[in-house]
Design a protein around this ligand. Structure first.
Ligand SMILES: NC(=O)c1ccc[n+]([C@@H]2O[C@H](COP(=O)([O-])OP(=O)(O)OC[C@H]3O[C@@H](n4cnc5c(N)ncnc54)[C@H](O)[C@@H]3O)[C@@H](O)[C@H]2O)c1
Length: 269
């Protein structure tokens, strides 16, 4: 398999680059940020997701894409202006270039912030309506819908991963529910790349956290079996974490739900 990874210079990209090295025939790595020298079986190409022709060149001869590139959090200011080129135009360019090049499968890094306005009392599966908690989450909803279109209309195999909190260890109280460890992230992407055949799936990118707000029950067939649990770190880490404010503690998206909030009560349901 020849694999293209976008956003390969980023936090998840660097871990996947190392974790997938040697597993597939060829890794083509791309980003606008420096990627360092290419190792054996690797190729590094600088490109902007806004450049459709460059995306087409990157997708030539590729079997599968892991699409991580783009704005990876809610911008504090001018969110739409920042998110539009990378996460709306950019994700379109990537899928369209992949289609034109005959790429078989795309694994898209979506986000838990596509469903951030659910209340924490509710467990959310992979097939419930989207409830984005900001402009960034909204861009991930667009990416998921785009993936669905390319699966339905063009026969592409598409996996959308609603990644929780990718960290070495949980870094706040919310992350005991949302954490995904680096090795679980690598396993999840591997499963999505190697599962024999599917049209479209959504899965949560979380470790085996007993207090998770999300359920992957509908995608057990994928064979993702997380090895880590945030719970193993709670006793040591939790006493050092400050309490969450009430709105943060109420919704899945935590602090993202508070940013720019115009209606402090939110809406239940
Ligand atoms: N890290 C997490 O906890 C988390 C949670 C949910 C979703 N995600 C998603 O996973 C993906 C990777 O996350 P990350 O934490 O590695 O983020 P990151 O910010 O470390 O990496 C994103 C990379 O995309 C590149 N990029 C940005 N704009 C680009 C453009 N116009 N053209 C080409 N490259 C561009 C950046 O240079 C960066 O290296 C993102 O799509 C993010 O939204 C991450």
């Amino acid at each position: 398999m020849k694999l293209l990874i976008t956003g390969a210079a980023g936090k998840i990209g660097r871990v996947l680059r190392q974790g997938l090295r040697g597993r597939y025939d060829w890794l083509r790595l791309t980003d606008i940020a420096p990627l360092g020298p290419a190792g054996p079986g690797e190729e590094c190409v600088a490109a902007d997701l806004g450049d459709l022709a460059a995306m087409e060149r990157l997708c030539a001869g590729i079997d599968a894409v892991v699409h991580l590139g783009g704005v990876s959090e809610e911008p504090a200011e001018n969110a739409w202006a920042q998110v539009l080129p990378a996460n709306i135009v950019g994700v379109y360019n990537l899928f369209e270039a992949a289609r034109r090049a005959g790429v078989r499968r795309v694994v898209f890094a979506s986000s838990n912030h596509a469903v951030g306005f659910y209340e924490r009392s509710q467990t959310v599966g992979v097939d419930m309506p989207l409830r984005p908690d900001g402009i960034y989450g909204l861009s991930k909803c667009f990416g998921e819908a785009l993936g669905r279109l390319y699966a339905d209309k063009h026969g592409m195999s598409v996996a959308c991963l609603r990644i929780g909190s990718f960290r070495e260890l949980p870094e706040d109280r919310r992350q005991f529910a949302t954490w995904i460890s680096p090795r679980d992230m690598v396993q999840l992407v591997q499963r999505c790349l190697e599962a024999p055949s599917f049209d479209f799936l959504v899965a949560y990118g979380i470790s085996n956290n007993p207090t998770s707000f999300w359920s992957n029950d509908a995608v057990q067939w994928l064979g993702y079996r997380p090895q880590d649990s945030a719970e193993d770190h709670r006793a040591r880490l939790e006493p050092g974490f400050p309490p969450e404010d009430p709105v943060q503690a109420r919704f899945h998206g935590g602090s993202y739900c508070v940013m720019g909030l115009g209606k402090p009560q939110g809406r239940a349901g």
